[in-house]
Design a protein around this ligand. Structure first.
Ligand code: BGP
Length: 486
């Protein structure tokens, strides 16, 4: 018998910008993900070079002027905007208990600073969430998954400006008012630590425009922490009993050896990359290592009177993270590097890697769950986990993906172990339940789904949906509450 609670929320996750398409329909404004360029002819090195971290002023200007959308995959994605009914029907067949998606800020407030919300955008999410419930799924909504209205960036400087907190809260208020009764779990920010590692995605900073990049990153982070805390406050005031979480991308780190310096490096990596963010959101204060960490970067936080009380008084109800891989910590500068989610890491000789070089480490998930739960004693929701792979259609017209089944099976086994260890685990929304555009490298060929989408990197294809072998595996896993992993 598995150790998952009987009401464990097995689910699937996507994000608006990676799935919806319809970037200029339904009154939507242009957002920061609509500006990310991709060329299907790029080789591997060019794809790396153009990944999310590298927005430049030139690319920004080109994207604003672009008339042809072909090289802007987030603009078309998988057209979930027009296909969500059939997609949710497949998810119902899968037996999903919960569906995670983000709400597109620019669908609700096309310019971010509009006085009134866009009714068509609200109606879209209302219909989408009603449809989820009709099909037996709860709703896990991310309020901001990277994509923010471009106007907030050009006119106000985005998260550098405190005014953005007010615009964000206006947006939250509208969502709570209109969709509060339809959403079961809220996440104010996707991976709030992303601002540090991918400042374009995380906080819409363009490096070549900043004199002091690190300072601006942490200015934005402080503002996002305030926005996060105030979003929690507002939800608790407006929707009694609401559950609002704090989320990070979890970068699990192991010391490369038992050399004390490696162990210390691992502690610092865990603190600086992960716990700094969860400490603020869950404990309600900047941790003791903040001063040292920031002074090494030459950064000061723009704390104003009242800020620390806001953080203190409005901690999150649960914690959440994405987990894809682990990495190694060492003071050895010659150590081999491999790729990873949001940032590259040191390579662990004991682990295999995915086609994209991410280190596959199911036990690391159990370790992360234990560490997080022990530290905060708050329930945990795994918001993302999955395998990005090059799927091929076989001769029989189907996608056979035993590698994905293996990946999921081993991670579910370790979640089960963590539940047996006593971790209060609420649910698991597998990332990219249906194939979507990759966030890091904008590739359509990096597929995570148990549902295949017939669309290539240039946007060509029938857009037809099809079940992969992993679909049936996940269906059985869910139906047996994690007992049947065959
Ligand atoms: C997370 C993001 C997702 C997502 C995932 C996989 O950091 O929250 O949006 O896409 O990583 O990354 P990628 O799409 O780059 O493979």
């Amino acid at each position: 018998m598995s150790h998952f609670r009987s009401d464990f929320l097995w689910g699937g996750a996507i994000a608006a910008s990676q799935a919806e398409g319809a970037w200029n329909e339904g009154g939507k404004g242009i957002d920061t993900q609509d500006l990310r360029v991709f060329d299907a002819a790029w080789d591997k090195a060019q794809r790396q070079e153009n990944r999310n971290i590298n927005m430049t002023s030139a690319r920004f200007a080109d994207a604003l002027a672009a008339e042809d959308d072909t090289n802007y995959p987030f603009r078309w994605a998988i057209d979930f905007y027009h296909h969500y009914r059939e997609d949710l029907a497949l998810m119902e067949k899968l037996g999903l208990k919960i569906f995670r998606t983000s709400i597109s800020w620019a669908r609700i407030y096309p310019n971010g600073d509009d006085a009134q919300p866009n009714e068509e955008g609200l109606r879209f999410y209302e219909d989408l969430f009603i449809e989820c419930h009709k099909r037996g799924m709860k709703v896990f909504a991310t309020i901001l998954h990277y994509a923010m209205p471009v106007n907030l960036v050009t006119k106000y400087g985005g998260w550098k400006n405190r005014k953005t907190i007010d615009f964000y809260l206006r947006y939250c208020r509208t969502l709570y008012e209109r969709l509060g009764h339809l959403v079961d779990y809220w996440l104010p920010f996707n991976e709030i630590n992303c601002s540090r590692f991918n400042p374009w995605n995380g906080c819409a900073l363009i490096k070549d425009q900043e004199k002091d990049y690190d300072q601006e990153i942490f200015r934005c982070t402080h503002h996002q922490f305030l926005a996060n805390a105030l979003a929690v406050k507002l939800a608790h005031e407006m929707i009694p009993g609401s559950m609002v979480g704090g989320m990070i991308a979890r970068f699990t780190s192991y010391p490369a050896t038992c050399a004390p310096n490696d162990v210390m490096q691992s502690i610092l990596d865990e603190n600086y990359k992960n716990y700094f963010y969860t400490d603020v959101m869950a404990r309600g204060k900047y941790p003791s290592y903040t001063e040292r960490m920031l002074s090494e970067l030459g950064v000061t936080l723009p704390i104003e009177p009242g800020d620390l009380e806001i953080l203190r008084d409005n901690t999150v109800d649960f914690l959440s993270f994405s987990y894809y891989m682990s990495m190694v910590s060492t003071s050895d500068t010659g150590y081999e590097i491999t790729s990873g989610n949001l940032l590259s890491g040191k390579k662990n000789p004991y682990l295999p890697t995915s086609d994209w070089g991410w280190q596959i480490d199911p036990v690391g998930l159990r370790i992360s769950l234990n560490q997080m739960y022990d530290r905060y004693q708050k329930p945990i929701f795994i918001a993302e986990n999955g395998l990005g792979a090059m799927d091929v259609i076989a001769g029989d017209g189907k996608v056979h993906d035993p590698y994905r089944i293996d990946y999921l099976r081993e991670h579910v086994r370790q979640m089960d172990e963590a539940a047996a260890d006593g971790v209060d685990l609420l649910g698991y929304t597998m990332w990219g339940i249906i194939d979507i555009v990759s966030c890091g490298t904008i590739e359509m060929n990096k597929r995570y789904g148990v549902i295949y989408v017939d669309r290539d990197e240039a946007g060509k294809g029938t857009n037809r949906r099809a079940e992969k072998d992993s679909f049936d595996w996940y269906r059985k896993c869910i139906a047996s509450n994690g007992d049947d992993l065959t």
